[in-house]
Design a protein around this ligand. Sequence first.
Ligand code: 5GP
Length: 208
Amino acid sequence: MIEKKGLLIVISGPSGAGKGTVCTEIVSKKSNIKLSISATTRSPREGEVEGVNYFFKTKSEFEEMVNKGEFLEHAKIYDNYYGTPLKAISDELEKGRDIILEIEMQGAMQIKKAYPDAVFIFMLPPSLEELKNRITGRGTETEEQIKKRFSSAFNEIKLVSDYDYFIFNNTVEQSVEDIHNIINAEKCKVSRYKEEVIKKFELEEKEC
Ligand code: 5GP
């Protein structure tokens, strides 16, 4: 067989689409898929753990990381900064592991420039009504924050056209399966492995 490289998978979608739950479920089931842990200046929500959900930084710590070139991408979202630490990503990819980045669209487009081989998946809610229920129901944001997040949802959804795949997050199980199917299909793409495939049979032909 041929050795398959690690895949960089970017998942975006409007706030409340359920990206976090789906991504956590995916990595809990497969040891070869890792979830990138971002740095943020946002305060931890109840139950969030440093180094598990995010690396929580002050604004000046975050700026220092930006200046040192420690981010693969970073963006300002709803008054806070978020960024993907570069080192962890390159280490995992080198080990042949797949890595999922659950990030918003500005950051995703920065990745598209740096890693054109990455796979871009857009997660949609079943409907806007359902999105509103999910944002309100999780009870982690103030009324003001909920309004802000919901009012930008439709504009964000229009950015689906910059992505390779879309999935409707009806149930976590179905979305996990959809993402696994996408990953498997991407790993069978001729364009990713044509040289390796030909080389394998070239060597075998010599030995036959
Ligand atoms: P939350 O505050 O709800 O955890 O995240 C808000 C938004 O920031 C979500 O859309 C999430 O995908 C995005 N996000 C989380 N980490 C990063 C990151 O490292 N870079 C970018 N660009 N967006 C991120």
